[in-house]
Design a protein around this ligand. Structure first.
Ligand SMILES: Cc1cc2nc3c(=O)[nH]c(=O)nc-3n(C[C@H](O)[C@H](O)[C@H](O)COP(=O)(O)OP(=O)(O)OC[C@H]3O[C@@H](n4cnc5c(N)ncnc54)[C@H](O)[C@@H]3O)c2cc1C
Length: 606
């Protein structure tokens, strides 16, 4: 049996009956404590044949439990213990802010929000179906420091009919909730534990005065995604999991024909002394990407969570000055034996190498996703309530309720044509940050006997990067390759010859790992290295773009592009953000951070 309070919260919100047959159900828990109400709700979802397709559980806490506390609280109850153990691998690096943990193949999403309760409530942009006003103490002492702003912030997460259950019935709680619009009754069903339950039913018209109105969820329908790289395939899989029928069109015959054809890349967080927006977003993205890799790819063959060493050749420290022990779950100063010339280096624990094309294939293979190759989209036109996607001859390639432009540098020309042919649409291309192409070339070769001892046992980045020991698909089983990269050159300049890019890659390697650079120099000189090159689509502020392309109640055209040099860190985060906006679901990151990725962010009116 679970603790009575945990069961009570569920029952007090009319669950599991209330969520039967729903597409998604969103629970807001104001006090995660040691996690029992969450584990209990997850178990109820698992055991319910009429469970919603998606369970969102947003939990607030000032301090998440330590992993052993989480496991200990579930230990006496065998099926909860199993769930706690399944959660354990994702229980790391829970710094202040939001953390999205993905369970049950993405059907149970826990968003753990760490910080002060009013601030956390204000960063939410969703409407809860049920609220657990969870307080461990019957006198409500944990909640009573709440002020009227906290209750108002809670009310902003409610719709008429949102159910609420509390394990406390303290007078201050009753008054605060009533004033902000709840109708409450004492919990007859729970005489042992006491508590309140009720629903949001204010006597006034509900108005959202600040931005946050998340709108109504759009019922899943059909979606066409242009571009079958990391951006398009992640969007497709994420929407399909929510019940959308998604067709992914690409001009190439096979998926991952653009930058996502990269033979191997790094999934690694960005760090900065001030823990800037890019750093924080990259950690959220890396967390989501590592979860995807764990559930969809073959470890050792398609990816490996090796960790990565980042060397700061300019002598800067990289990490924030007061980096907590929780932050060190992510990245910490590297041991002295891994540094050279006394220059600081950082060990990224939560980092991996990954073959993007394998992940793209895995996402496209999800139920509900169809890939259509050899389908270059040259124009779009409205077609009833839908959009028709046309080829150069004006033939219809596909029709869909919604369209996502995930075709990197190919998006803008297509949108410019659309702006000309459909002026009434009000496309706001002037508000998109500038996008430009940046060419990149990797140098690579199979490992041979020579120079093996000079390779590190893990990837190293900093000035360029080296990724050693990558199994080569289709080659002899033991064949492994190393990759050294990458050149970085605007595509407005004439492309450099391959040899010049190899030389630039070698020069960077000689700075990054001098011994390895020296050992590999003869191979470069003999022309015994191969090249892989493509073009990155980079935005002016180095952050991707995700969002609608014009202002409307229910805009049908969206973009997810501009992944720059970090498609492996950002694609899944962007896909989750897009899906959250379509479904009026909880955001995977704080609203302030999510806004930094809004597509229409340049020259936007304040
Ligand atoms: C040398 C190099 C090294 C890199 N290393 C890393 C790394 O270590 N880590 C990392 O995270 N990232 C790395 N990147 C960046 C990463 O590869 C990109 O961020 C990512 O692949 C971008 O994915 P995407 O889906 O946005 O674009 P793409 O993969 O380019 O996909 C766009 C797709 O759209 C299709 N398309 C375009 N126009 C149309 C049209 N009109 N109709 C139909 N289809 C169309 C294209 O055929 C293409 O398949 C590297 C990039 C390069 C070039």
């Amino acid at each position: 049996m679970a603790e009575p309070e945990a069961v009570d919260l569920l029952q007090g919100c009319g669950l599991p009956r209330a969520w039967a047959g729903q597409n998604a159900w969103r629970i807001l828990d104001t006090g995660f404590e040691r996690g029992l109400p969450f584990l209990n709700t997850w178990r109820a979802w698992k055991n319910d044949p009429q469970r919603p397709r998606l369970l969102h559980y947003v939990a607030l806490t000032s301090a998440p439990p330590k992993p052993d506390e989480l496991l200990a609280c579930a230990a006496p109850i065998s099926d909860l213990k199993e769930l706690a153990q399944a959660l354990r691998p994702q229980w790391f690096g829970l710094l202040p802010g939001f953390h999205r943990l993905t369970l049950e193949g993405g059907q149970v999403l826990l968003t753990l929000c760490v910080g002060e309760v009013t601030a956390l409530l204000r960063e939410q942009r969703f409407v809860a179906d049920a609220i657990y006003l969870n307080t461990p103490d019957p006198d409500g002492a944990a909640v009573l420091p709440w002020n009227s702003w906290t209750f108002k912030a809670l009310a902003r997460c409610c719709r008429r009919g949102t159910r609420l259950a509390s394990t406390s019935e303290a007078a201050g709680l009753h008054a605060g909730l009533t004033q902000c619009g709840f109708e409450l009754e004492a919990r007859q069903s729970a005489p042992a534990t006491g508590g309140l339950s009720g629903q949001f039913n204010p006597r006034w018209t509900i108005k959202h005065t600040r931005d946050p109105a998340p709108g109504h969820p759009v019922e899943p329908g059909s979606c066409a995604v242009i571009g079958a790289g990391l951006a398009g395939a992640s969007v497709a899989a994420t929407l399909a999991r929510r019940g959308w029928q998604v067709r992914v069109l690409d001009q190439a015959r096979a998926p991952a024909a653009g930058a996502s054809g990269l033979p191997a890349g790094l999934v690694v967080p960005h760090v900065s002394g001030d823990d800037c927006t890019l750093s924080r977003l990259s950690r959220s993205g890396v967390r989501l990407m590592l979860q995807q890799a764990r559930s969809l790819l073959r470890p050792g063959q398609d990816w490996n969570a090796t960790g990565t060493l980042e060397r700061h050749l300019d002598g800067s420290a990289g990490l924030p000055l007061r980096w907590s022990t929780t932050g060190q779950d992510w990245s910490h100063p590297a041991p002295p034996e891994t540094t050279t010339h006394g220059k600081p280096a950082i060990w990224h624990k939560q980092a991996a190498w990954l073959k993007p094309a394998q992940l793209v294939q895995a996402w496209l293979a999800q139920p509900g996703v169809t890939f259509q190759g050899g389908a270059r989209v040259d124009a779009l036109r409205p077609d009833g309530d839908q959009w028709a996607l046309l080829d150069a001859q004006g033939q219809v390639l596909a029709r869909a309720d919604r369209v996502v432009f995930a075709n990197a540098g190919g998006a803008l020309p297509l949108l410019e044509t659309l702006q000309t042919t459909q002026p009434s649409l009000g496309l706001r291309l002037d508000q998109l940050p500038a996008l430009h192409g940046v060419r990149g070339q990797l140098s690579w070769a199979l490992h041979q006997d020579t120079a093996e001892e000079a390779f590190p046992p893990f990837p190293v980045n900093g000035a360029g990067s080296v990724i050693p020991g990558i199994p080569v698909d289709g080659a002899a089983p033991a064949a492994r390759a190393w990759f050294v990269g990458s050149s970085y050159q605007p595509d407005t300049q004439p492309a450099l010859p391959e040899g010049e890019n190899h030389a630039a890659n070698l020069a960077r390697l000689q700075q990054l790992l001098p011994a390895l650079g020296q050992a590999l120099a003869p191979r470069f000189a003999a022309g015994a290295v191969q090249a892989w090159s493509n073009t990155r689509c980079v935005s002016a502020d180095r952050l991707p773009l995700v969002g609608p392309l014009y202002q409307a109640d229910r805009p049908g055209l969206w973009i997810c592009a501009g992944m720059g040099s970090r498609g492996l860190s950002f694609s899944m985060l962007c896909a989750e953000l897009l899906a959250a906006r379509w479904g009026a679901e909880p955001l995977p990151v704080e609203a302030g951070l999510a806004n930094a990725l809004n597509a229409l962010r340049a020259n936007a009116a304040p």
